[in-house]
Design a protein around this ligand. Structure first.
Ligand SMILES: [Zn+2]
Length: 229
């Protein structure tokens, strides 16, 4: 009982002091708000502006109004989240990505610096935001969504980091193995996300006009998802 009273008092105290530590920062231009990271807000604003231009060059248009929150924890094993109803992106602090990268050097993004990894996850979530209005005939279209988000996360890495990713893919074997569109499906995404990421990028990188496909998926003209039987 004491504990419950104490917990209640603690959360009230935190709520009362919230404006002091959770200042919102509005980025230049006014449409993007950064929450929970006043000391990194300028860097996040710049990364958002760069990613928005990169995505636009690949037929993806990020909404004008978006909120980006840096939070200490996310559900499950998520590195980042996009909440479509609020146009809210949630990310972890750079230090959390540093811990993840140190513990997972063999992951597809294990060679990135924590800062580059942060920016790449931001770009991944902005790609989801750009697909907010993409029509989906099912409850969800995770294969289409994640194909676009992961390929954009990788394609717009700094050149040296993208080359390193491609080299690792080649070393992973069978670089010339053809990837069919059928293999970019939600089952592989769920069961073996790293294979999905590799398949997605191999498929994307081999297209003559990869951004044309991104535009077709974003408009709903091409659907990678299939109805579950
Ligand atoms: Zn995603």
């Amino acid at each position: 009982m004491h504990q419950r009273i104490f917990a209640g008092a603690l959360s009230l105290a935190l709520a009362a002091s919230a404006p002091l530590w959770a200042q919102d920062v509005t980025c230049p231009g006014g449409g993007v708000t950064i929450q929970g990271a006043p000391e990194r807000a300028t860097a996040i604003c710049e990364a958002t502006a760069i990613a928005t231009d990169q995505l636009a060059s690949c037929n993806l248009y990020v909404p004008d109004q978006i909120t980006i929150e840096v939070t200490q924890s996310l559900p499950g094993n998520c590195y980042g989240l996009y909440h479509c109803e609020e146009d809210l992106i949630q990310l972890l602090p750079v230090s959390a990505y540093e811990t993840y990268l140190d513990a997972n050097p063999a992951s597809p993004f294990g060679h990135l610096s924590p800062q580059v990894f942060f920016d790449s996850i931001l770009r991944h979530e902005l790609a989801h935001a750009a697909m907010n209005r993409t029509p989906c005939p099912f409850d969800g279209c995770p294969a289409s969504q994640e194909f676009v988000a992961y390929t954009m996360q990788i394609y717009f890495l700094p050149d040296a980091d993208r080359t390193r990713f491609e080299t690792r893919l080649g070393e992973a074997g069978a670089p010339d193995r053809p990837i069919t569109r059928d293999s970019l499906n939600a089952m592989i995404l769920m069961m073996a996300p790293e294979i999905f990421i590799e398949n997605a990028y191999r498929y994307f990188a081999r297209l003559e006009e990869p951004c044309a496909l991104i535009g077709e998926i974003a408009r709903g003209d091409v659907l990678l998802d299939l109805p579950f039987q």
